[in-house]
Each structure stands twice: as structure tokens, then as C-alpha cells.
Design a protein around this ligand. Structure first.
Ligand code: COA
Ligand code: AMP
Length: 631
């Protein structure tokens, strides 16, 4: 698979079976495939049909057997607990085998689901890999979600067991996870048989007899469990992501295609060789954490850093440079918002110069649009290539990137460069006709999607087709809008749905509206994502009260903010709302959220011709001024 980017890309599109079949030779299989790509049931495509493998074996055992047993596999670096702990490949394999034994002893087997609700501790990765070892399907839920969100996921995934911890640590406070877990299980209709709880020294969780199992005690007596062969097409995990309603979408990842694709990306996209240290500063609750803290670096024999801290305040804006220097990180991946936070605290990058960063080669950014200011600042301070790349929870790995392991291309700020091999990206208009270079339209990908993406949504084939495949027949709808320039560079401009991106976290304004609409005094509401210099976007709510409500607006706003925090979680960062008399709508009753967003961001806007009453826009502008926007 050598050659120029264009040669490699062309081959991946014209001969996907040959291309991915060749990449699959780097993977360990118990049984090879009957067919690389099965397209007999379109639009459901399956990769490596007939093959058998084990994800955990490819991540750990294979490397131990091939002589990497003493190499660090995982470095846990936690400035919030002042801990650094290294696990070699042999040690991590042994921990994982023992925890697989714990799960098996509590009834978990192939195909069973296990929900993992944990902070950024190595046990989170151990639990994920232990599920993979057994052929069980994990579903990790981000710790910043509230009990209600966890309950929704428990009811959809119907786990046999849940793995959690007594607490997480946020700067300035300890977040007790166990009461949230107990509340979620109370709220859920489905009940797990067991919960395995990691007691952390900062907070002792109370345990429920017969249901709850202490992590440490169970590990002390556990029998290690071997890898269980699974079909390449069996599910490895479900990762819930925001949809347009309060019901999140369960993105399914399979085993075989996922190993093949992720292993391929380490060399070809990231330019990383086995043995090197790779750090994705994200959270295991997000797709970046799944793909690039846990799976891909281990498939490739790298050392992965698992960081429990923030880019600033733990203890300062120099912590990223300390980690890079101390662990000799060659390649880092994070969200632009983290760099905006660092830039704000240390604009001249003075803390950076305290550290030896000579091993550091490349910085990758994703999760939201990289604003050119932040990108240039990072390039100037670090003196290494800073590469923006575009992907989604659904895709599992990058759709567009500058594939430095194949051939580094000229960087154009504002563009995540070009489609990665395997991704036939097009821009189409509403009628599904391709538009010309430079014209904005819907960014879509011609089917089939490459391996390692998502064959369907958990228990929701119809929703999968309806949400992603129906609007543009023959294509996957990314729900991002953008354009491709004359040189083939892709520009990702905005979402076409109600998803917003807050500090690199993907959230649905529709889900927040569902919560607000349940307030007893609220007749109708709207939530929009307004521009924020640090977090990229922040949600702002508009509340129209029921007639006759005669309470202080400030009290209602306070309650509304609290409801979103309690029902979705602190991660929604929903802190601002305002009461208005009415919402701007079209004559057919559609709320003009786009126009409201333009007003909030002080952008020029034109009231749509279909607006019911243009005078409302003045009221919205006044309301926004009252809360510090539309200045
Ligand atoms: N468990 C419990 N609560 C959590 C949490 C977790 N795992 N993660 C975040 N929260 C809480 C925070 O404590 C905060 O609560 P608060 O409202 O009481 O302050 C709220 O959720 C928002 O958190 P966050 O979005 O992290 O904002 P922040 O102001 O604490 O930090 C950044 C801002 C930019 C430093 C931080 O968001 C960041 O590092 N972002 C990078 C995101 C990322 O890695 N994304 C993955 C894609 S690559
Ligand atoms: P998530 O599923 O949380 O990874 O969020 C995916 C969404 O984040 C995409 O659909 C985009 O809207 C946005 N996104 C991710 N990476 C980029 C990028 N490099 N440039 C622009 N937007 C991005």
C-alpha cells in the first residue's frame, strides 16, 4: 500500500476489497474471511464476512507473544490525584484477563452488554478490553451525563452488568458517580444483574448487597479468562451519541473491520510506528477515547497515555507540555477547544518553554472546526505540523485528514485537507445532484462506508436507514454542510441538524428543548448554539411562558437551567436562558433557529420571506442583548 496519496486513494475507491483485504493481513484472525465485502443486503454492508477474530487478542496478547510484553502499553497520568502508573503489555493483558474472569463469574458472556460509567482511570480501559476479550458488547457512558441520560442508555442496551466507580474528579469537586448510577438504575425499566464498583480513596460508595461487587475484592480472587473468538461482524461496542431527539442513537461498531481500519490509520494517517508514544487527550466516554486512547494505539503496538485532568487548571496551562515531555509523546490528538483554553491562560506559550518537547512530532485536532487563529497559534508555539481532521462518532475514524503516513500534503487552514482513503466524499444539493467545486452543499459519502464505521444503530435498523441513508440514496449523510475546492480540499462549515458542539462535546439542542418543555410554566421553547470564544458554542434557551403565569422570570430561568443540568448533565453547559413573549416562526410554524443564531452572533441576517411576523426579531434581539449577546 505504498504510493502517493492520490494513488492510494484511487485504489481504495476502485478496489475496496483488494485494498482492505491487504490491510487485513496485518491483523490476527482465528479464521479468515469468506468475503471481504458483503453487499448482498444493501444498504447494509458487512466487512470480512465469515472471519473470526478477537479484538482484545489483537490489542494485547498478540504483542506479548511477539515480544512487546515489557513495553509500556498504557501510561495513566492523573494530575488530579497526583498519580502516574505504567502498565506493560504483559501487565495490561493480565489485568484484562482477570477482569474478564470477574465479568464471566458474574454471568457475562459473548453478546451480553456491559455498560461502563467511569471516570478517566485505567480500569475503564481494562473493563472495555475485558468485554472485548469475552465477546461481550460494551457501552461506555460519559461521566458528565446525568442519571436520566444513563437510564435511557441502560434501557436501550439492556446490560447484564454495569461497571462503575465511586467517583470522578473534576477540578475543585469530587463527582460521586455511585449515587448517579443507583438513581439511573431506579429510573430504568431494565435492571442489570450486577454492578462492579471501583472504590476510589477520595469517596467510598455505599454498596447494595447481592447486586454490587467490589472491583478490588473480585480481582483478588479472579480466574483469568482467555480470549473468545467472535465473528468479524459481531458487535464490539455500542456508543450512544446525540440524535435530534432525547433518544440517543446507539452507534454499533463491529470487531473485524474495526481492527483492520484502526490499525491501518495509525501508520497511514498519524504516521506512528509501533513502540512510539501516542496521546489522545480526550475521554473514554467519547469516540476519540474509544478509537485513539484504547483501541488503535494498542492494535498498533504503541504506548497510549490515559490522562485524567484538564488542559488548564490541573495545575496550569503547562500540563500538556509536561505530559508530552515526561512520557516522550510523539503524536498528540485533542480538540481545538483545549488549545483555546491554553492560549487564553498562557497566550505567549511561556509554560511550554519549560519543557523538552524534542520527541514531539505532530499535533492532530478534531471534534469541532479548527479556527485558523488557534491553529496558527499552536503551529507557532509548537513548531510542529498541526493537522485538523474531520470525523464523527458514527464514522469511528477520520473521513478527511492530511495522511502524513502516506504523503504529507500542503496545509490549507480552515480545511481538514482531503478524503482519507476509503472515503468517497461528495457535496450534493437538496436533489442529490453533485455541486461544482466551491459551492456549499450537504457533505455525503458514497456507499459502502469503509470498514470500522457503523453497520447499523443498536436495535434500530430502520432509524439507521432513515437518519443516514434515505435522504441521499446511495450515500451516507454526514449531516455536515460544506464544500470541496478546486484542489479537492474539503471544508466543513456547519451541521445541518440541531447538533451543537460545546467544548468538543456533541449535544442536541432538541434534547434540551424536550427538557425545558416539561417545565410546568413553559408553553414553548427553543435552544440555539451561540458562538463562544473558548468552547466554540454554548447553548442558549428561549422560554415562552404559559398565559397566566405570574412568577418572577429569573426564578423560572434558574429552574430551567437546573432541570437541564439534572436531566442531561453538567456537560451540556446550559447556563443561560431568557423569557420571551413569542418565538419567531415561519407561516407554517417552523421556529427560525438559524435566524436567532445569526442575531445572537451579531452576524448580518435577512428575515426569511416566509416569516410570520418580522417584528418578533426585534424582540429577540432585545432579549439577547439582555443576556450579553447580539451586541
Ligand atoms: N464527570 C462529571 N462531570 C464532568 C465530567 C465528567 N467526566 N466532564 C465534565 N464535567 C462537568 C464539568 O465539571 C463542568 O461542570 P460545571 O458546570 O460544574 O463547571 C461541565 O461538565 C462542563 O465541563 P467541560 O466541558 O469539561 O468544561 P470546563 O469548563 O470544565 O473545561 C475545557 C473546558 C475546554 C478545558 C474542557 O472542556 C476540555 O478539555 N475539552 C476538551 C474536550 C475533549 O477532549 N473532547 C473530545 C473530542 S477530541
Ligand atoms: P462527534 O460525533 O462528537 O465526533 O462530533 C462530530 C461532529 O463534530 C461532526 O459532524 C462535525 O460537525 C464536528 N467536527 C468534528 N471534527 C471536525 C473538524 N475537523 N472540522 C469541523 N467540524 C468537525
Amino acid at each position: 500500500m505504498t504510493g502517493s496519496y492520490h494513488e492510494v486513494f484511487e485504489r481504495s475507491i476502485s478496489d475496496p476489497e483488494g485494498f482492505w483485504g491487504e490491510a487485513a493481513e496485518a491483523v490476527h484472525w482465528y479464521k479468515k474471511w469468506d468475503k471481504v465485502l458483503d453487499d448482498s443486503n444493501k444498504p447494509f454492508y458487512r466487512w470480512f464476512v465469515g472471519a473470526e477474530c478477537n479484538t482484545c487478542y489483537n490489542a494485547l496478547d498478540l504483542h506479548v507473544e511477539n515480544g512487546r510484553g515489557d513495553q509500556p502499553a498504557l501510561i495513566y497520568d492523573s494530575p488530579v490525584t497526583d498519580t502516574i502508573k505504567t502498565f506493560t503489555y504483559a501487565e495490561l493483558r493480565d489485568e484484562v484477563a482477570k477482569f474478564a474472569g470477574v465479568l464471566a463469574a458474574h454471568g457475562v458472556g459473548k453478546g451480553d452488554r456491559v455498560v461502563i460509567y467511569m471516570p478517566m482511570v485505567p480500569q475503564a480501559a481494562v473493563a472495555m478490553l475485558a468485554c472485548a476479550r469475552l465477546g461481550a458488547v460494551h457501552s461506555v457512558v460519559f461521566g458528565g451525563f446525568a442519571a436520566n441520560e444513563l437510564a435511557v442508555r441502560i434501557d436501550d442496551a439492556r446490560p447484564k452488568a454495569i461497571v462503575s466507580a465511586s467517583c470522578g474528579i473534576e477540578p475543585g469537586r469530587i463527582v460521586a458517580y455511585k449515587p448517579l448510577l443507583d438513581e439511573a438504575i431506579d429510573l430504568a425499566t431494565h435492571k442489570p444483574d450486577h454492578c462492579v464498583i471501583l472504590q476510589r480513596p477520595m469517596e467510598q460508595a455505599s454498596m447494595i448487597d447481592g447486586r454490587d461487587v467490589d472491583w478490588k475484592e473480585a480481582m483478588d480472587t479472579a480466574e483469568p479468562h482467555d480470549c473468545v473468538p467472535v465473528k468479524a461482524t459481531d458487535p464490539l461496542y455500542i456508543l450512544y451519541t446525540s440524535g435530534t431527539t432525547g433518544q440517543p442513537k446507539g452507534v454499533v461498531r463491529d470487531n473485524g473491520g474495526h481492527i483492520v481500519a484502526l490499525k491501518w490509520t495509525m501508520k497511514n494517517i498519524y504516521g506512528v510506528e509501533p513502540g512510539e508514544v501516542y496521546w489522545a487527550a480526550s475521554d473514554v466516554g467519547w469516540v476519540v477515547g474509544h478509537s485513539y486512547i484504547v483501541y488503535a494505539p494498542l492494535f498498533n503496538g504503541n504506548t497510549s497515555v490515559l490522562f485524567e485532568g484538564k488542559p488548564v487548571g490541573t495545575p496550569d496551562a503547562g500540563v500538556f507540555w509536561r505530559v508530552i515531555s515526561q512520557h516522550k509523546v510523539s503524536t498528540m490528538f485533542t480538540a481545538p477547544t483545549a488549545f483555546r483554553a491554553i492560549k487564553k491562560d498562557d497566550p505567549e506559550g511561556e509554560l511550554m518553554h519549560k519543557y523538552d518537547l524534542s520527541d514531539f512530532r505532530t499535533l492532530f485536532l478534531a471534534g469541532e472546526r479548527s479556527d485558523p487563529d488557534t491553529l496558527e497559534w499552536a503551529e507557532k508555539q509548537l513548531g510542529v505540523p498541526v493537522i485538523d481532521h474531520w470525523w464523527q462518532t458514527e464514522t469511528g475514524w477520520a473521513i478527511c485528514a492530511n495522511c502524513i503516513g502516506i504523503e504529507p500534503l500542503t496545509v490549507k487552514h480552515g480545511s481538514p485537507t482531503v478524503p482519507v482513503p476509503g472515503w468517497d466524499v461528495r457535496v450534493v444539493d437538496e436533489g442529490c445532484n453533485e455541486v461544482k467545486a466551491g459551492d456549499i452543499g450537504a457533505l455525503v459519502v458514497r456507499l459502502p462506508l469503509p470498514p470500522g464505521t457503523f453497520p447499523t444503530l443498536w436495535n434500530a435498523d430502520e432509524r439507521f436507514v432513515e437518519a443516514y441513508l434515505e435522504e441521499f440514496p446511495g450515500y451516507y449523510k454526514t449531516a455536515d454542510a460544506g464544500y470541496i475546492d478546486e484542489d479537492g480540499y474539503v471544508y466543513v462549515m456547519s451541521r445541518t441538524d440541531d447538533i451543537i458542539n460545546v467544548a468538543g462535546h456533541r449535544l442536541s439542542t432538541g434534547a434540551m428543548e424536550e427538557v425545558l418543555a416539561a417545565h410546568p410554566d413553559v408553553a414553548e421553547c427553543a435552544v440555539i448554539g451561540v458562538h463562544d470564544a473558548m468552547k466554540g458554542q454554548l447553548p442558549v434557551g428561549f422560554l415562552v411562558l404559559k398565559s397566566g403565569v405570574d412568577r418572577d422570570d429569573a426564578d423560572i430561568v434558574r429552574e430551567a437551567v437546573q432541570m437541564v443540568r439534572e436531566q442531561i448533565g453538567p456537560v451540556a453547559a446550559f447556563k443561560t436562558a431568557t423569557v420571551v413573549n413569542r418565538l419567531p416562526k415561519t407561516r407554517s410554524g417552523k421556529v427560525l433557529r438559524g435566524t436567532m443564531r445569526s442575531i445572537a452572533d451579531s452576524e448580518e441576517y435577512k428575515a426569511p420571506a416566509t416569516i410570520d411576523d418580522p417584528a418578533i426579531l426585534g424582540e429577540i434581539e432585545d432579549a439577547l442583548r439582555g443576556i450579553g449577546y447580539a451586541q
